[in-house]
Design a binder for this molecule. Structure first.
Ligand code: PEP
Ligand code: MN
Length: 264
């Protein structure tokens, strides 16, 4: 079902009038984690002002260590839904277990499956049983075939609203947190009809690389971007401040993308 052979035309996912996979480039921006109502409200305002369409933010965080901040939970879903509504943005948040799918879907417009859960088959099956759009991140060691098979689980369950996200893979390089696999963008567009989103934030782990890799992703044919942005990245509650853009950088980047679009 994920294959281009099965479905030759591009899948376009329409969420409250925002089309993902169509003509328009979709930008999802926001903090790694929802921290407080004030934080998410201010960032939502800045995402909207810059021209973004979707507010990102994790309420449930998949941390490598059990003692790290795990997210604010359901309260974070409420904070983000309110900020999204107030500023006229769609929202995307990560869901980690099948049990939390329904409550996350109640509050968010798009559900994110993180890289560590790409092959959490119970989670994928549960997401296949609803119609809420899903952004499926590529596992950091997954081949394209494994990635598309993970998408297949959701599609096979009856949910056609799946977008694929390249977020960097693990390589021998340690300078960057991950290696953003730019080739994945055209490859996935060729093999599949599903929208392809790039995550240059987790894909590099370094703020100064997010702008160039965003532009490269757009040139490679990405349908959208998911970018971390924070008003006070040095004091953010996850370690992802180092890869978060400052609001001014985010706004400038979106202006540059507008200029890039007619060239492609
Ligand atoms: C995130 O989006 O903050 C995140 C944890 O992403 P990933 O699953 O790609 O590491
Ligand atoms: Mn993050």
């Amino acid at each position: 079902l994920a294959s281009r052979d099965f479905h030759p035309s591009d899948t376009v996912i329409n969420i409250k009038g925002v089309e993902i996979g169509g003509e328009q480039l979709v930008v999802m921006g926001g903090p790694c984690a929802v921290e407080s109502p004030e934080q998410i409200d201010e960032i939502a305002r800045l995402v909207k002002a810059a021209g973004g369409q979707v507010l990102r933010g994790g309420a449930f965080k998949p941390r490598t260590g059990p003692y790290s901040f795990q997210g604010v939970g359901v309260e974070g879903l409420v904070m983000m839904a309110e900020a999204g509504k107030k500023h006229g943005l769609l929202t995307i948040t990560e869901v980690m277990t099948p049990e939390y799918v329904d409550v996350c879907a109640e509050y968010a417009d798009i559900l994110q499956v993180g890289t560590r859960n790409m092959q959490n088959f119970d989670l994928l099956r549960k997401l296949g049983s609803i119609q809420t759009p899903v952004l499926l991140k590529r596992g950091f060691s997954a081949t394209y075939d494994e990635f598309l098979n993970a998408a297949e689980y959701i599609l096979a369950g009856g949910n056609p609203n799946v977008m694929l996200c390249e977020r960097g893979i693990r390589t021998f390089e340690t300078y960057t947190r991950n290696t953003l696999d730019l080739s994945a963008i055209p490859v996935l567009k060729q093999l599949s009809h599903l929208p392809v989103i790039s995550d240059p934030s987790h894909g590099t782990g370094r703020r100064e690389l997010v702008v160039p890799m965003t532009k490269a992703s757009v040139a490679a044919g990405a349908d959208g971007l998911i970018i971390e942005m924070h008003t006070d990245p040095d004091n953010s509650m996850t370690g992802d401040g180092v890869q978060s853009l400052f609001p001014e950088q985010f706004a400038e980047l979106l202006v540059d993308l507008e200029k890039l679009a007619p060239l492609l």
